[in-house]
Write a protein of this length. Structure first.
Length: 198
């Protein structure tokens, strides 16, 4: 069994034996191994589980257009998540129908996958890890919030690698101001500069 297959097997085992809360399937990372550029997101949603790949739903469409803006294609990068299963909440409506929605991963769920994410990072051996949103940022670094560090290249002594914190692409859906979009676009252009430097 390859190291990647072992990772996949572990994600499957953890997810299939998880009973603490509701989850709706799981996925692995996607893209070449090794790879110089690793993006780390939060957790998969419905479309990701259906297609078996990270960032292929609405947030993924935004993500892909910004990748292209800086001259990268999906094939040039590896992308994975901090939590490899889809955390969900199930609500029963007054008419008795069930509604399923995403929920943020809990700290305990993030910790469950931490050794797997670390293993994936060591296999991918990236020159830079681009964290998308607060979840991977807090799992991999000591930063408290994306607001304090987005758009800057920092060397992480623990991981012995460069980290570039960015907002999660779904932030564009929550914050539709021109000001936020401009700042987010500038952060991507700074990624391009950082890639030329490292
Ligand atoms: N958002 C994430 O953080 N990860 C995915 O895989 C999809 C959307």
């Amino acid at each position: 069994m390859s190291e990647l297959d072992i990772i996949k097997q572990k994600i499957k085992e953890i997810s299939e034996s998880y009973t603490e809360d509701n989850i709706g399937g799981w996925i692995t990372g996607d893209g070449p191994v090794p790879c110089d550029i690793l993006f780390v997101g939060e957790a998969p949603g419905k479309t990701e589980v259906e297609e078996g790949k990270p960032f292929v739903g609405v947030a993924g469409k935004n993500f892909k257009s910004y990748l292209e803006l800086i001259g990268l294609a999906r094939e040039d990068i590896r992308i994975t998540n901090t939590c490899y299963f889809r955390p969900i909440k199930i609500k029963e409506t007054t008419s008795g129908r069930k509604s399923i929605s995403n929920r943020p991963p809990k700290t305990s769920e993030i910790n469950l996958f931490k050794p797997i994410l670390e293993k994936e990072i060591s296999l991918v051996n990236p020159k830079i890890i681009i964290t998308l949103g607060n979840v991977p940022l807090k799992s991999l670094t000591d930063f408290k919030s994306i607001g304090e560090c987005h758009g800057t290249l920092v060397y992480n002594n623990n991981l012995k690698r460069y980290i570039f914190p960015m907002y999660h692409p779904s932030a564009l859906t929550y914050n539709r101001t021109e000001e936020f979009k401009k700042m987010y676009t500038e952060d991507w252009l700074k990624v391009k500069e950082a890639l030329a430097k490292i």
